[in-house]
Design a binder for this molecule. Structure first.
Ligand code: PRP
Ligand code: URA
Length: 210
């Protein structure tokens, strides 16, 4: 099995991503645009949500229409940077529950280190979308996906704004059942594990910590 990589190269997404890449973009605009991108990506990532029939009386006639079948969803941002995508998703799916995974990447080993985890009680019955703007080595995403599987979650999607080829390969190798949704795939990682040309440190740019 191989995971599907959905590259969403819609013109609106490309334009907004260019704003994020620009080093002159300040914290306020960066945060707003990350949220807008998450909303646009959510539209595509939820394309396969199941529908059921419902009979509705319009002012003209009664007929059968579609509504979401009520399959439960949860979104799980990887702290910190994933938090920037939460409100953008909740704009479209306001009833989704939100779990949190705290991971930071050790700057020397580039391995993810866990520092926080809090999930909704019924997480095992929900479909989960993991959120993180950046998929670099793939270590953080792979660890987060494994957490969700350990909780019993069956249906997991990964949503990243920007990815490196090596990160996609890593998720594909470790979790071939997980579909990945990205707005762009850049060329490579540099010696510090940063995506090139990339957009810099997403967490620092969202929270103004540099
Ligand atoms: C960044 C990013 C991802 C991770 C990606 O987080 O938000 O979680 O790095 O890198 P990887 O694919 O090589 O694991 P970081 O560790 O900088 O933490 P932060 O969000 O708190 O800034
Ligand atoms: N994490 C980031 O925030 N940016 C990168 O380029 C790689 C990992």
């Amino acid at each position: 099995m191989e995971n599907k990589v959905h590259i969403m190269d819609h013109p609106l997404l490309q334009h907004k991503l260019t704003i994020l890449r620009d080093e002159r973009t300040g914290v306020k605009e960066f945060r707003e645009v990350v949220s807008e991108i998450a909303t646009l990506m959510c539209y595509e990532a939820t394309r396969d949500l199941p529908l059921s029939d419902v009979e509705i009386k319009t002012p003209v006639a009664t007929a059968t229409f579609k509504k979401l079948s009520g399959k439960k969803l949860a979104i799980v941002p990887i702290l910190r940077a994933g938090l920037g995508m939460v409100d953008g998703i909740l704009t479209l799916i306001p009833s989704a529950k939100v779990g949190h995974i705290g991971l930071y990447r050790d700057p020397n080993t580039l391995e993810p280190v866990e520092y926080y985890c809090k999930m909704p009680n019924d997480i095992a019955e929900r479909d989960v979308i993991i959120l993180d703007p950046m998929l670099a080595t793939g270590g953080s995403a792979t660890a987060a996906i494994q957490f969700m599987k350990n909780y019993g979650v069956k249906n997991i999607k990964l949503m990243n704004i920007l990815a490196a080829p090596v990160g996609i390969e890593r998720v594909n190798k470790d979790h071939p059942d997980v579909d990945i949704y990205v707005a762009a795939v850049d060329e490579k990682l540099n010696d510090h594990g940063y995506i090139v040309p990339g957009l810099g440190d997403a967490g620092d740019r969202i929270f103004g910590t540099k």
